[in-house]
Design a protein around this ligand. Structure first.
Ligand SMILES: NC(=O)c1ccc[n+]([C@@H]2O[C@H](COP(=O)([O-])OP(=O)(O)OC[C@H]3O[C@@H](n4cnc5c(N)ncnc54)[C@H](OP(=O)(O)O)[C@@H]3O)[C@@H](O)[C@H]2O)c1
Length: 290
């Protein structure tokens, strides 16, 4: 079910008008597409009518009248709650932008296949306010024919990256990179809490942290290469040196009455690596005990 031979009233139906779904609907309507919206709580779909989006109440009729159906609720369970009983599938393309696990992505594609419907699995790395700007980052995976069909619509939402391969690869990327972004942001909150208690000027804090953020970006390929090649040696800084730095920061935090919970988790990982005799290798050697 690839090429679009349907004649639909709406180019896109947005199912789920929360923060993100509303931003997607507004952007697509603003770009001149015929956009419909359905939401469990109908007021949120109706609120979009002032942006040229048509709110629809009957999900079966809404799907029937649309070419591309974009599901964007909080969880996959909510997607099934919204469209699980729809019987009007007839060549639509289904794009799931609800965050989920890879196994949920595969199961969803299997569920849709029984109606002859292709699924593009998408993941979003940006906030709603960045939709339609160069700061957005959308990732899609699924059949190439499905991407070709939806590409001209989806790229209106912002920079969009189609990843060939497994159906669930965009979910994999999302889950893996959440494990990077969320601890990274949380640890910055922890660091800033300490530094503000110490009354370090905000300008200095942000200047030095900005340098480190750029340095972190330059380091990412080095990490991947070390993991790829298994070459975990370092001629710059040993894991032991990093572990000692963590101990120093934890002591400074404790002196300020902070528990250092986020940093402590990193200290635990480094201690596990030290216990395995990896202290003289690079920081990346902790992959061995993960
Ligand atoms: N917001 C972000 O910055 C961001 C960034 C990247 C990815 N995402 C992803 O985008 C998705 C949506 O996030 P959001 O921020 O838009 O969430 P949200 O504002 O909380 O909206 C949740 C949506 O799910 C619907 N929903 C909840 N329970 C439902 C049910 N049982 N049946 C049908 N619909 C149900 C809600 O409908 P009601 O209005 O009726 O409750 C609402 O439309 C999530 O998977 C999130 O991980 C969000």
């Amino acid at each position: 079910m690839t090429e679009n031979t349907r004649s639909a009233t709406f180019d896109v139906l947005i199912v789920g008008c929360g923060f993100m779904g509303s931003a997607l609907a507004r952007r697509l309507a603003e770009q001149g597409l015929r956009v419909a919206a359905w939401n469990r709580t109908s007021a949120r779909a109706e609120a979009l009518s002032r942006y040229g989006v048509t709110p629809l109440h009957d999900i079966d009729a809404a799907v029937k009248e649309s070419d591309i159906v974009v599901a964007i609720t909080a969880t996959y369970d909510h997607v099934y709650a919204a469209i699980g009983d729809v019987t009007s599938w007839d060549g639509q393309l289904l794009v799931n932008l609800t965050s989920g696990r890879p196994d949920e992505s595969d199961a969803f594609a299997d569920w849709a296949a029984q109606y002859g419907v292709d699924v593009l699995d998408g993941s979003i790395l940006n906030y709603p306010r960045q939709v339609g700007t160069a700061e957005a980052y959308f990732m899609y995976s699924g059949p190439p024919s499905a991407w070709q069909r939806a590409e001209s619509v989806l790229t209106l939402l912002g920079p969009s990256h189609y990843i060939p391969g497994a159906q669930s690869v965009s979910s994999d990327l999302l889950q893996g990179l959440c494990a990077f972004l969320i601890p990274a942001l949380s640890s910055f909150v922890e660091a800033a809490t300490y530094l503000q208690r110490r009354k370090v000027p905000t300008e200095q804090l942000l200047h030095a942290a900005g340098y480190l953020a750029e340095s972190l970006q330059r380091t990412l390929p080095e990490v991947v290469q070390a993991l790829d090649t298994g070459d975990l040696a370092s001629d710059q800084a040993s894991l032991e040196t990093f572990a000692e730095s963590v101990e120093g920061s934890l002591a400074a935090f404790a002196a300020e009455g902070l528990n250092g919970r986020i940093l402590r988790a990193t200290g635990d990982a480094l201690d596990a690596a030290r216990a395995q005799g990896l202290g003289e290798l690079s920081l990346y050697a902790q992959t061995t005990v993960m």
